[in-house]
Design a protein around this ligand. Structure first.
Ligand SMILES: [Zn+2]
Length: 260
């Protein structure tokens, strides 16, 4: 996970977001009234919990703006997504529990399907270890002011929470929020660690060679600069697993800025 700098909301959300939100809140209110009727035996058909409209929160303009912030990567696991699948517009606070935030720009991220649907789903632990539920009597009462345990790369600096030991994500000082995020999003899952390893191994080999060249710096100046430039690309925010690569370089004592 890397720090993401938020940009202003897309016009479509600025213009329509509150109207869409109010309609969803009203639909949820109706739903709970019907559910009460159903539970009392007054109606035969069990109502369906109305979801936020994907065509609206994942509107083309919303996705374009999110891609400006997140590039082609998942907000949580830093995998490149578009090569094999589509990026999901992810609700940081799940819309099933927080309809008030279903079309709220600051609540939207881009994530891969595995982090979004396969792992996080509707989980949203709070700092008191509770899992929030939708407020039945007033579905829009839950806003973004409760104490989220999950790390949000738009508001938190992931470097304060995470480090790496090779392809393994570590939680700094056993930080509780880091642990929740790692576990809820599955950030040490097997296939993800395999994918990180595929990036890490060749970079480690090149970095170790670079260290050998640095021992005779004057003689190897051009090659050092060339290799450092190539490695630097893997630390850029658009590159997959850039936080892991930067951590590896730190652990090897390589400061690219010094070598370029
Ligand atoms: Zn992911």
């Amino acid at each position: 996970m890397i720090k993401i700098n938020p940009i202003a909301a897309p016009g479509i959300l600025q213009k329509k977001g509150h109207q869409w939100r109010d309609a969803l809140c009203a639909a949820r209110q109706d739903y709970y009234q019907q559910l009460a009727d159903f539970e009392a035996g007054n109606i035969a058909q069990k109502p369906v919990h109305p979801s936020a409209d994907k065509k609206k929160y994942a509107h083309k303009q919303v996705k374009t703006y999110l891609q400006r912030m997140f590039g082609q990567k998942c907000a949580y696991c830093e995998s490149l997504v578009t090569a094999v699948a589509y990026q999901h517009v992810e609700h940081f606070r799940p819309q099933s529990i927080y309809p008030y935030l279903a079309y709220e720009w600051y609540n939207l991220l881009l994530a891969c399907e595995v982090c979004n649907s396969g792992h996080k789903g509707n989980q949203f632990p709070l700092m008191d270890a509770s899992q929030p539920e939708e407020n039945r009597s007033n579905p829009c009462a839950r806003d973004g002011n409760d104490a989220n345990a999950l790390v949000n790369p738009c508001f938190d600096n992931p470097e304060d929470f995470f480090d790496f030991d090779d392809e393994w994500l570590l939680c700094r000082n056993n930080n509780l929020r880091a642990q929740y995020t790692r576990d809820v999003c599955g950030l040490n899952r097997d296939d993800l660690r395999d994918a990180r390893r595929m990036v890490l191994d060749p970079i480690t080999a090149v970095a170790e060679y670079l260290l050998l060249l640095v021992k005779n710096r004057q003689q190897n100046a051009d090659r050092i600069r060339n290799l450092a430039t190539r490695i630097q690309k893997y630390t850029e925010s658009s590159s997959p697993y850039s936080a892991m690569v930067s951590s590896k370089l730190r652990s090897l004592g390589i400061n690219l800025a010094e070598l370029l």
